[in-house]
Design a protein around this ligand. Structure first.
Ligand SMILES: C[S@@+](CC[C@H](N)C(=O)[O-])C[C@H]1O[C@@H](n2cnc3c(N)ncnc32)[C@H](O)[C@@H]1O
Length: 285
């Protein structure tokens, strides 16, 4: 089969099944399986695709058509220009979270120690280690699958011999001292589960394929902020900062109130590229 015919066939299958971006997804699948760029699909449109490659591509296309997220099928997602492995059972990184990393890179001046709570694939902690190579970065999660996924990304992107990186199983702050034996952190950063009970019911079917433990933030979506606010003072330095991802402006205001009640004074909300409130910086000096 000619490459261009395979592309058209793939787009047709995806479109018929109501996939939102059939052309983009078909191009991504083909370029990923054949190891060529999307432009090359058109440049090499007349080449013959082997039967084996064709079957491999159509298998992924059919799974995609049945509603499986593309990232789980391909096994990776790009974040901050780096290719992160994404295993089934772990939250698929969102581009919006890059805003969090960007803000951290602007408001922190050479942090010595960083704690990434609920690291998932490790996107936040690993990217910050790239940006602040001298920082000691601790990445935590409660999910074993996430921790394994994170370890693979650390190995691939930071190297097996990297120093100053720890990946540990912790329930928010429980027993963190005993694991790290570390002092306080200059930056505590997290993209916690923050979807409320009401919003969980309206999730897109594709998002429902992601683990509930990485999405559900309690009845009002604020359980994790409450737990972080409760203990975080013990874990940050005097000039330390807390950066938290939020779902929208309303949630950012709630988070602000939660931390105000715990004695925090300074807040800086920030937006993502879609102009949606995406996070908040909290500090006390
Ligand atoms: C919204 S995901 C964020 C993943 C990743 N940081 C990202 O931005 O793509 C939240 C993460 O928190 C983890 N998590 C859930 N409950 C936790 C808990 N009690 N303690 C630590 N991590 C938890 C989940 O397993 C999940 O990986």
């Amino acid at each position: 089969m000619k490459l261009i015919s395979l592309l058209h066939e793939s787009i047709k299958i995806l479109r018929e099944h109501g996939v939102k971006k059939p052309k983009t997804d078909a191009e991504t699948i083909i370029s990923s399986v054949l190891g060529i760029s999307k432009v090359d699909i058109y440049v090499q449109r007349e080449i013959d695709v082997s039967e084996e490659e064709k079957e491999k591509i159509l298998k992924i296309v059919r799974e995609r058509a049945s509603g499986e997220p593309l990232e789980y099928l391909l096994g990776y997602k790009y974040f901050w220009g780096m290719k992160f492995i994404v295993d089934r059972g772990v939250l698929i990184p969102r581009f919006d979270t890059e805003t969090l990393v960007y803000v951290a890179s602007r408001v922190c001046k050479s942090p010595k120690s960083i704690l990434d709570i609920g690291t998932g694939t490790g996107i936040i902690g690993i990217t910050l280690k790239k940006l602040f190579p001298n920082a000691y970065v601790i990445m935590t999660d409660i999910s074993d699958i996430a921790l394994e996924n994170c370890k693979k990304n650390v190995k691939n992107l930071l190297g097996e011999e990297v120093e100053g990186v720890e990946i540990i199983k912790v329930d928010i702050f429980e027993n963190l001292w005993s694991f790290t034996g570390w002092g306080k952190f200059d930056l505590v950063i997290s993209n916690p589960p923050y979807i409320s009970e009401k919003d969980m019911k309206n999730l897109e079917p594709e998002v429902k394929k992601e683990p509930i433990t990485s999405l559900y933030g309690g009845p009002l979506g604020i359980d994790f902020y409450l737990r972080i606010a409760d203990k975080v003072k013990t874990f940050i330095t005097d000039r330390g900062k807390i950066i938290l991802e939020v779902g929208d402006e309303e949630q950012a205001e709630l988070v602000k109130e939660i931390f105000k009640l715990k004695g925090f004074r300074n807040f800086l909300k920030f937006k993502d590229l879609s102009n949606q409130t995406r996070g908040i910086v909290i500090f006390n000096f």
